[in-house]
Ligand binder design. Structure first.
Ligand SMILES: Nc1ncnc2c1ncn2[C@@H]1O[C@H](COP(=O)(O)OP(=O)(O)OP(=O)(O)O)[C@@H](O)[C@H]1O
Ligand SMILES: [Mg+2]
Length: 242
């Protein structure tokens, strides 16, 4: 089995790609050869008849990976819904055994693998196979990205407790500030979660404004993402448990 982490989240749009990119950049800066995967990406934009997976492109750039985008993201899907549904719409059958083999092959050529899910833990790749099943079969430790907003405590605890029920090895969670303004919920979620779960918080990521150069570069593409994560994530702990 490969070393590394499977990155899931409390929902879609909570910052899984940002956290995976930050970790990829930070581990790369620390001298690791980092492999990345986004096994299935829905909502790819169509560029001249080709579906372009944006998350996978961010991951590839952050990791400095020379793997092809087709290996990093084998299932590139157009409709913005769960991969099982988007694949059915495109008459594609997702093959988990293929994904597991590919991840193992890539893992053998890298020091660690970072694999990003889609949406949350129970999003289906097939109607009877979710990302939780994939995380288990990949044998990777799980990191949960919690989007810091109203409702995050419930979503985080549901995800962490269900992962524990499934015997997944959850290494920790990231609390990610996806909102630019502080609210009573965002200001207290960190402490509430610390009081309510024994799973460690392995990073608190502040809200990152787009950089002015290049014009409006999204946070995933920031050149300083690695050093930001060195400051805001428990990298030593993650290296230790790998
Ligand atoms: N810490 C942050 N500061 C500022 N913007 C952020 C932060 N984290 C995430 N975002 C922004 O929020 C949006 C959603 O984040 P992201 O795409 O990483 O979510 P995701 O969990 O990967 O979603 P998906 O399930 O679609 O893969 C993006 O536009 C991203 O740039
Ligand atoms: Mg993403």
């Amino acid at each position: 089995m490969s070393r590394g982490f499977f990155i899931t989240g409390t929902d879609t749009g909570v910052g899984k790609t940002l956290v995976a990119c930050g970790l990829a950049a930070a581990f790369k800066d620390a001298g690791f050869k980092v492999g990345v995967m986004k096994p299935a990406e829905s909502g790819c934009r169509n560029e001249k008849g080709r579906l372009v997976p944006q998350d996978a492109a961010f991951l590839k750039a952050a990791a400095g990976s020379d793997e092809s985008i087709e290996r990093i993201c084998p299932y590139r899907l157009g409709v913005p819904v769960a991969p099982s549904v988007a694949a059915a719409h495109a008459s594609i059958r997702i093959r988990p055994d293929f994904l597991v083999r590919l991840c193992r092959d890539m893992g053998a050529a890298h020091d660690l693998m970072l694999v990003e899910g889609a949406g949350g833990l129970l999003v289906p790749l097939l109607s009877n196979y979710t990302y939780a099943d994939l995380a288990r079969e990949l044998g990777l430790m799980v990191l949960v990205v919690v989007g810091n907003r109203l409702g995050a405590v419930n979503h985080a605890l549901l995800t962490l407790e269900h992962a524990a029920c499934l015997n997944l090895k959850v290494s920790g969670y990231f609390l990610n500030d996806i909102e630019s303004e502080s609210t009573p919920a965002t200001a207290t979620n960190a402490q509430t979660l610390e009081e309510m779960t024994r799973v460690p918080c392995v990073g608190k990521i502040p809200f990152l404004r787009p950089q002015r150069r290049p014009a409006d570069a999204p946070p995933e593409a920031r050149a300083d993402l690695g050093s930001l994560f060195e400051r805001h994530a428990q990298l030593d702990y993650l290296k230790q448990i790998m």
